[in-house]
Each structure stands twice: as C-alpha cells, then as structure tokens.
Design a protein around this ligand. Structure first.
Ligand code: ADP
Length: 320
C-alpha cells in the first residue's frame, strides 16, 4: 500500500467534502505512514558545498550521481508566515505536487523523523503538505497528537456519489449479471469505459450479497471496483442479511487486496427499493462491526449519499 497516494486521496476528499469534513482520515493515514516508513519529499536550499563540488553546473546532467567526501549541511526550505520569522516547512507527496510551484532540490525524509524533529526548531510552526494546491497545515499540536494517535478506522458520510471521491476501491451496486445497468452501475461503467464490461463478462455474474473485484480502467484515481449485488427489497427478513453481506463482503475484498480506502453507494436504496432509514442502519452496523473486527488496520470508509434523502437518513441515524 502506498501511503503517499492514500494521503493524496484523503486530502482530495477532505477538500471535496468541504469545511465540515472530519480530519480523521488524514490523521489516520499520517499515523499509519509514521509506522510504515512513509517518506515525504522535502525542498531544500541547494547547499553551497554541493554547488562548489559540481564545478561547472552545465556539465551535470539529470540523473548524474555526485559523491561528497564531506558532510553536507542540508537546510530545509522555509515558508515564512509572519514578521517574527516564524515559518512552516513545506512537504510534498509527489514531484507532481511540487512542480505546481517553484522548482527546488528535494530530498526524501521519513515522516517519523520529520515529526519527531519539529520541536527542535522554536520558530517552526509545523509542516505544510502540498502548499501549492490543496494544502494541509499540520501545526505542532497536531503533530504531537499524530505521534501518539491511537488510530481507529473511520467512517465518513459524504454528500456526493462514489465517483466524486478518490479512493482505492469504489463499490458498485450492480445486478446479478454484472453486465451494467442504470443508476450508479451505469455511471461507473460509463466512467470506466468498455474494458470494464469486457472483464465483467468473464466473471460469470455475482450472487446477491456477494462481491467481485475488477480493475478500474479509465477511472485513474482508483485502483479497483468492487461489484456487489444488493437485494431487491421484498420485506422479508432475508433482505437485511443480504444487504449486510454486501457491505461485509466488499470490505473483505478490499482488505484482501490491500486497499485502504473504499467508497460505498447506498446499496439497494435506488431502483431496488430498500427503505432508506433501514438500509442506512444496516450499512452503518455492518461497517462498524467489520471495522471492530479488524482493529489496527488502515481502512478509510466513505459512505456516499448521492441524493439528499440519503444524507438525511444518515444524519438522522447519527443524531439519534
Ligand atoms: P440499486 O439498484 O442497488 O438500488 P441504484 O444505482 O439505483 O442501485 O442506487 C444505489 C445508490 O447509487 C444510491 O445511493 C443512489 O443514489 C446512487 N446513484 C444512483 N445514480 C448514481 C450516479 N449516477 N452516480 C452516483 N451514484 C448514483
């Protein structure tokens, strides 16, 4: 699992969801990154010694390696924010993010070291991740909190569809044939392109309550699509078990394939007619039970409410 990619996704989702968006998914990924050797790209002042060593800079080609015989004093670049000279240190998740602003020499630095060092610099206020675009500011208080973060998986309710957020695995509310349909199924097939249908044809359909994984094709910000088939609402006791299985099996598939973020639509609540309040209760119960059974893993779950009524049902449930 690529923590930096996951971090970019959670930041994107945080901006998508707007001001009230909970920051926990970002904290989760950062805390997980600290434990799993996540490196940031950090812009540095090109050191004098290095410039001297290079001699005529015109002779140095991209990709050349220069070996220093002495220790080189490396200084991180600073983003000074006030007249007292207080500053943030910029960090980047990728070269692409860096190239949106001023070019700079970069070094890789472990997130853990960066976070642990921050108290050594009195005028440093913290770090600014990807300062040129969707930036996230983590001040010293947040850094201390993340270093001690008792990570717990988190469910975010989003106003929007599954194609609006950036996640490793998008869940499709498909039908038994897996060959496409209306609603979210149609939208996912349109976004993914014909490769998806071709792969789905090889899967031999899917039982109600079960889940199958495909690639994400033209949906380039996701790694996979998990197709699950919700029950057509009949009013029988079996409906709830089948709907619950959709969530549990999709989460199992995400976990088995190493995906750390997943976006669910409100399965069965469209054309399949499941009453929203009941469906929301079943979904939240299944997801929280699954997360409790998988404590300590990183799994950011987004429940996407494409229609206002869906969001209302979830908000009512949470406030009760
Ligand atoms: P079902 O057949 O399981 O009821 P639907 O596709 O009708 O499936 O509805 C399932 C979920 O997908 C609901 O949350 C619905 O609001 C959402 N949905 C419907 N159309 C779209 C779309 N174009 N994009 C994203 N989500 C959608």
């Amino acid at each position: 699992m690529d923590n930096l990619k996951e971090l970019e996704r959670t930041i994107y989702n945080c901006y998508f969801a707007g001001e009230d968006s909970p920051p926990e998914p970002i904290f989760d990924v950062l805390a997980d990154g600290i434990r799993n050797d996540m490196d940031f790209l950090v812009p540095i002042e090109t050191p004098e010694e290095l410039i001297n060593m290079m001699g005529d800079a015109g002779d140095v080609q991209p990709g050349d390696t220069i070996t220093s015989k002495e220790d080189i004093d490396i200084k991180f670049r600073h983003l000074v924010v006030n007249e007292k000279g207080e500053y943030f240190i910029p960090l980047f998740t990728s070269k692409e993010e860096m190239s949106k602003g001023q070019p700079s020499s970069l070094i890789n630095q472990p997130a853990k070291t960066l976070f642990e060092m921050v108290d050594n610099w009195p005028k440093c206020l913290g770090y600014m991740i990807n300062p040129w675009d969707r930036k996230i500011v983590i001040n010293k208080d947040i850094i201390h909190m993340i270093l001690e973060y008792d990570r717990s998986a988190f469910i975010t309710i989003v106003r929007g569809g599954v194609l609006d957020v950036h996640v490793a695995a998008i869940v499709n509310a498909a039908n038994n044939t897996l060959l496409g349909g209306g609603g979210v199924d149609g939208a996912i097939h349109r976004a993914a392109g014909p490769g998806l249908l071709a792969e789905c044809k090889t899967l031999g359909g899917c039982d109600t309550g079960d889940a199958k994984v495909t690639e994400a094709y033209n949906i380039d910000y996701a790694d996979a699509i998990i197709h699950t088939v919700g029950p057509v609402y009949s009013g029988s006791a079996e409906d709830a078990d089948l709907l619950s299985s959709c969530y549990l099996n999709s989460l199992d598939k995400a976990f088995e394939n190493g995906y750390s973020s997943i976006a669910f639509p409100c399965i069965s609540t469209g054309v399949y007619g499941y009453p929203l309040d009941e469906a929301a209760m079943i979904a939240l119960t299944a997801i929280s039970d699954w997360l409790k059974d998988h404590e300590g893993i990183l799994m950011n779950v987004y429940v996407c409410c494409f229609r206002d009524e869906e969001l209302e049902a979830y908000m009512k449930l949470i406030s009760d």
